[in-house]
Ligand binder design. Structure first.
Ligand SMILES: Nc1ncnc2c1ncn2[C@@H]1O[C@H](COP(=O)(O)OP(=O)(O)OP(=O)(O)O)[C@@H](O)[C@H]1O
Ligand SMILES: [Mg+2]
Length: 476
């Protein structure tokens, strides 16, 4: 490795491997890409770069296509082979359209020409890192969902959802009644369906009924069945869902929407596991495991007398409450990526990739319709932005509004997922670096003038620039 000028910062999380014979000290790269959360490793030959892969384990590679020891396409091929899934940005001294096409075909995610612009380089690398991070996290969530929990559809990396997964696992093997609660679109139905999949009733009937979709009379008949002629329109005898689910499980969805009289009947059936068809006289005994779901605030409904307390107690044996999406921000990037890829596959289009700015807006939005709303928007975005980036401008107004920097913070994005000292340090670092960058630009790297404009001594300026990875030579 030709240079590693700064000691490894303790929080370095992401590693950039640069292979470039033209810039042996890697100064331009340290300037553009260095930072507290990132380590830049620089080397000058393809062989050296390939040898370093195992040690550095880069999250992104920036490779010049004109190393002396290996033709560009061979280097790309070797990188793809030895570091599969790691994005490679290529740099060409004499960029050509044909060269760009070849590099992209060989698997590069980008093709940059010299002279390298620090701003563009940094933007491209941040983008590649973001995409790579999202796909790593999605792969991890998919693997965990499948291997660890045995769910095929429920994806999550959020500790709060891991609690839900634990709850599902704990209750699934029993015959206990489960009440799944949560705002609309949080995944209640997915959870409800995951339970019988893992129970001893697995493979037996799972019958589901949307209690909110029927009038009172029709719901009674849907639940308990009816005898011929028991009401106008009851042309033949019909079994209800309780009968159909016998030996298996019954999913009572939107239970909070039922009328009080249906609630009375339901309670009796749940207690006795015995009922009569509408218009029938003979009691029917069943063995059914109940899973109920509702997005209605049941405490409120109890208080207002819209939901019966006795039924609530009967159902609330094992409640599972799903947190709204805005309370599990870890899940937003993985679900976005998952739904974008899913929709792209379904519509046979190229997936769209959100830019970091767009992702930030997506993260900051409130998501009142939760995962369902995110899924629907991802489908729209794939059609709207097939094969290109999903930019902040592509997002609907309410997302862009939600992402406006808080006035009170003077336009700085407050990332409340990190501890305060870390945030303060990060923000100060960003502000100081941006400030010095501006002054250095204005004074074309002239240190005396820059120091005077900043109101500090030359020595202080020099030290701060060193600490922040700024080099006066880049501004001459
Ligand atoms: N963790 C998750 N991983 C993947 N997909 C999810 C997840 N949670 C929800 N979804 C998807 O989001 C959509 C809404 O989920 P679901 O129908 O289970 O919500 P719900 O809580 O029942 O909503 P409602 O109260 O409106 O009926 C579905 O398309 C579902 O597949
Ligand atoms: Mg539902």
């Amino acid at each position: 490795m030709a240079s590693l000028p700064r000691p490894s910062p303790p929080r370095a999380r992401e590693h950039v491997l640069v292979i470039d014979p033209v810039d042996p000290t890697g100064r331009a790269y340290h300037f553009a890409l260095g930072g507290d959360d990132r380590m830049v490793h620089v080397c000058t030959s393809a062989q050296e770069g390939l040898a370093l892969l195992g040690e550095v384990r880069p999250d992104v590679v920036v490779a010049a296509l004109d190393t002396a020891d290996l033709p560009g396409h061979r280097l790309l091929e070797a990188l793809r082979h030895r570091a599969p899934g790691v994005p490679v940005l290529t740099v060409a001294t004499h960029p050509t359209v044909e060269g760009a096409v070849q590099a992209l075909r060989a698997g590069a995610v980008d093709y940059l020409g010299r002279p390298l612009s620090p701003g563009l380089l940094s933007e491209k690398v941040v983008r590649a890192l973001g995409t790579a991070r999202a796909s790593r996290q999605l792969a991890q969530a998919q693997k965990e969902a499948g291997d660890k929990w045995g769910f095929t559809q429920l994806l999550s990396l959020s500790p709060r959802m891991i609690g839900v997964f634990d709850a599902i696992r704990a209750v699934a093997g029993t015959d206990a009644t489960v009440l799944v609660r949560g705002e609309t679109g949080t995944g209640k139905e997915l959870v409800a369906r995951a339970i019988p999949d893992r129970s001893r009733r697995r493979g037996r009937n799972l019958v589901s009924v949307n209690c909110g979709a029927f009038t009172e009379t029709l719901l009674e008949s849907e639940l308990f069945g009816h005898e011929k002629g028991s009401f106008p329109g009851a042309v033949g005898r019909r079994a209800g869902v309780f009968e159909m689910a016998d030996g298996g499980s019954l999913f009572l969805d939107e239970l909070g929407e039922t009328s009080l009289s249906v609630q009375v009947n339901l309670l009796r059936v749940l207690e006795e596991m015995r009922f009569r068809r509408v218009g029938g006289t003979d009691p029917i005994d069943v063995d059914v495991r109940i899973i109920a779901a509702t997005n209605v605030d049941l405490e409120n409904a109890l208080h207002d007398g819209r939901f019966r307390q006795d039924l609530f107690y009967r159902l609330n044996v094992y409640p599972i409450t799903l947190p709204p999406l805005r309370e599990r921000p870890e899940d937003i990037p993985i679900l976005t990526r998952h739904f974008l890829m899913d929709a792209a596959k379904e519509y046979e289009l190229d997936p769209a990739t959100p830019t970091p700015e767009a992702m930030e807006l997506i993260l900051r939005y409130r998501w009142p319709g939760n995962v369902r709303q995110l899924r629907a928007l991802c489908e729209r975005w794939v059609i709207q932005c097939a094969g290109r980036e999903l930019r902040a401008e592509d997002l609907p107004g309410e997302l862009r509004q939600g992402g406006k920097p808080d006035e009170a913070t003077g336009g700085i994005f407050i990332d409340d997922s990190v501890p305060l000292p870390q945030l303060t340090e990060r923000v100060l670092h960003q502000v100081e670096r941006a400030y010095l960058h501006k002054q250095l630009l204005r004074h074309k790297g002239h240190l005396i003038q820059t120091a005077a404009a900043c109101g500090v001594t030359r020595r202080t300026l020099f030290n701060r620039m060193k600490a922040l990875g700024l080099d006066a030579a880049d501004y001459k």
